[in-house]
Every structure is written in C-alpha cells, then in structure tokens.
Write a protein that binds this ligand. Structure first.
Ligand code: FE2
Ligand code: FE2
Length: 382
C-alpha cells in the first residue's frame, strides 16, 4: 500500500506517465497479487485511526492515513478493494481519479474499486436510481443500511416479491466488513441509536449470524442465506401489535401467547414470500426453540433444529439482551456472556456458544458498551 500511495503522490510531481510513478505502481502489483492467491479479493479499509486489511492493522497505517486514505476520505471513500486478476491499468485509473479529485467508486466489473465499508453503497445505489447526479457517498449511514431490510419486510407483508438485489448487496457488504475484521462491524453500535428497534435488531442479528456462520466454516452461499435468515427472523413480529411488543410490564397469558406466535406467523409469511431463501422460513419458525427441547413453539418429538436456526438464536439472544427495551435494561457485555455461558449445554449448543463468544463477540464488540441500567422487571430476551 505504501507503493500505491507513492504512485498516487508521484502523480502530483511528475504526472501519471513518469517512470518514477510507473515504477511505484509496478512495485505494488506483485505483493498485492501474492495476497490475492489466497483470497479472491482483498479490501483495505480505514476504521478511525486504523488501516486494516485481512483482519490486521497495517504497519504503515499512520503514513497511509495521512496520504492515500486522506485523499480517499476527501473523495468520500474509506475502502479500496482489489480482486484477483486485477490489471495495472485498473489501479492506474483509480489513482488518476483520486489525483484529479474526480474519484468514482468504479463499476463492480473493475478489479480495483473505491467504496464504503457499510451503508454507503446501498445509499449510493439507491440515489443513483432516482437521481443520477445526487450520488454522494454516505458511509456507514444506519438509515441507508437498514433500507433494504425495511423494503424486504414491506414486500413480505404485502405478498410482493422481495427485491433480492438490495438484500444481497447489503449481505455482501457485511461479509466484506467481517473479512476486514478488527472492529469493522463496529458501525453496528450506531444502529442502537436509531429509533427503529426492529430494523436495528434485524441488521444486528444478520451481522452476528454472518460472523458466526463464517466462523463455523459454512460456505459462502450458506453464510449469505444465514445472514438473510438472521435479518428476517422476527418478520412475524410485524403481525404482533407494537403495544404488546413494547409493553413495559409483564405480559398477561393471552398477550404472551400472541407474542409467542411470532415464529409461526413469520414462517408463514416467509414461506409465501418470493425471493427469500427457504432457510429464512425455517429459521423464523425455529429461532426460539432450544437445544434441550424447551422454548416455543413446542418442538415435535425427535425434532432436530437446523444449524442455521441455532446460529441465529445465539445472535438473537445476544443482540436482544444487549439492547435496552421498554421492559428491561440493556445488559452489560459481561452479563450477556454469563447468560450465554449459563445456557451452554442447556438451551444452547455448547460448542456453538464457545465459538460465538470466542470468534464473534470477542472481536466485534468492544468492552465500552452502553452503560447498563439497574435490572428491571422480568427478563424477556427477544
Ligand atoms: Fe423472535
Ligand atoms: Fe429477535
């Protein structure tokens, strides 16, 4: 990346055709291509003070932050992605754009692309559909991030086909962010500040399920489906009155049975929805069923829950407990750990809890979480 930066800075002194600039560019290629032998693509991203690739901070991040990434930031971008097989001319085109102050993200077909870690891509794609000139970047904008999920919910409720492109783009962004690692998913904290609990929860569960499915070694297509299933797991809550979902006190028996009906309602909605992976309906139905046979709806004798449901369940419990709800405070991270550990080998699969705490929670959530309030009334998780 130092060579890439030299090739950019050299343009200011010598122009893009000068041998000094060409040499710097040429020197950058072999190392990048070496990394790309292992991975189909590599994203280098700026996350606050850090410059990260492949889950690791780059040794020269200080220099890059002041140089290449400052130029990228001025143009509204924070990631630079290289695909296997990219050409020197594609790198040159991106650097020319940055140098001229006319940087564009580059088409998906280009092997070298500027972009956003989360949110910005969806925002831009949408803006360009409606109003081509207003395609300004908006990195990690929670509202933009949630829009495809909101639209999917609306389509599912109205019996319209779900627009797969938006969801897939979002999932791809989440997957890329997860691969960048080292806190790349921290924008999820911002979602907590957003008023709309439903979509914030949906995205968070999608992110966490994506991380856990990846850590469990599932293939890329399955990780994508599990992520979508995670985002849609509570679709059935759209059928439950908000007054019940947000009721501060204890639910009556009748109210509880309405709320507890959301897995079945969700499974029905998702089964009827076009454009949603079949897995989403299974996960919606099973996400409150426990490994020890408890939970709801009641499990048929000998029932074995789909692994995706187990993954989404942990993501769901984790996010629900970490979030303040009208009926209880947000729990501090240590307490959420304790809840999951207490359920290890009981309601939750032990190996999966270990994997989740070690690979997903350990990395993506900092200890500096929202302060807990004194424990309130009965604890309802999700
Ligand atoms: Fe639920
Ligand atoms: Fe949930």
């Amino acid at each position: 990346m130092r060579e890439v930066q030299s090739a950019l800075e050299g343009r200011g002194f010598y122009g893009s055709e000068h041998p000094v600039v060409r040499d710097a560019q040429e020197r950058a290629l072999p190392r990048l291509r070496e990394v790309l032998e292992e991975e189909p693509s590599v994203m280098v991203a700026r996350l606050g003070d850090r410059v990260v690739a492949q889950g690791e901070r780059l040794a020269s991040e200080g220099i890059l932050r002041r140089g290449l990434f400052a130029r990228m930031e001025a143009a509204g971008f924070e990631t630079l992605t290289f695909d296997r097989g990219f050409g020197g001319a594609e790198l040159a085109a991106v650097l020319d754009g940055l140098h001229a102050g006319e940087a564009a993200a580059g088409s998906d077909a280009s092997g070298v692309r500027l972009g956003h870690l989360l949110g910005g891509g969806a925002e831009r794609a949408e803006a360009s559909e409606a109003e081509p000139k207003a395609a300004g970047p908006a990195a990690a904008d929670p509202a933009a991030l949630m829009r495809p999920v909101g639209r999917a919910f609306q389509s599912i409720l109205r019996g319209r086909p779900v627009e797969r492109g938006g969801l897939h783009r979002l999932v791809e962004q989440l997957g890329q962010a997860a691969r960048v690692g080292a806190g790349a998913l921290l924008p999820m904290r911002d979602l907590k500040r957003h008023d709309d609990y439903t979509f914030a929860h949906a995205i968070n569960v999608g992110i966490l399920a994506c991380g856990l499915a990846g850590a469990a070694g599932l293939d890329e297509g399955t990780v994508r489906d599990v992520t979508i299933a995670g985002m849609l797991h509570d679709a059935g809550k759209e059928r439950v009155p908000t007054s019940l979902l947000n009721k501060p006190g204890r639910l009556t028996g009748e109210e509880k049975s309405i709320v507890d009906g959301h897995p079945v309602a969700g499974a029905k909605l998702l089964m009827a929805a076009e454009g949603v992976p079949r897995l989403a309906a299974i996960v919606a139905w099973e996400h409150h069923m426990n490994a020890d046979g408890s939970g709801y709806p009641r499990q048929p004798a000998g029932h074995r829950r789909h692994p995706a449901s187990q993954i989404v369940q942990l993501a769901d419990v984790f996010d629900a407990l970490r979030t303040r709800r009208p009926y209880r405070a947000a729990l501090p991270l240590a307490e959420v750990h304790a809840v999951l550990l207490a359920g290890r080998g009981g309601p939750y699969d032990a190996a999966l809890v270990d994997l989740f705490l070690r690979e997903v929670v350990g990395e993506t959530l900092p200890a500096a979480a929202p302060a807990a309030e004194p424990a309130a009334a009965p604890r309802r998780a999700a």
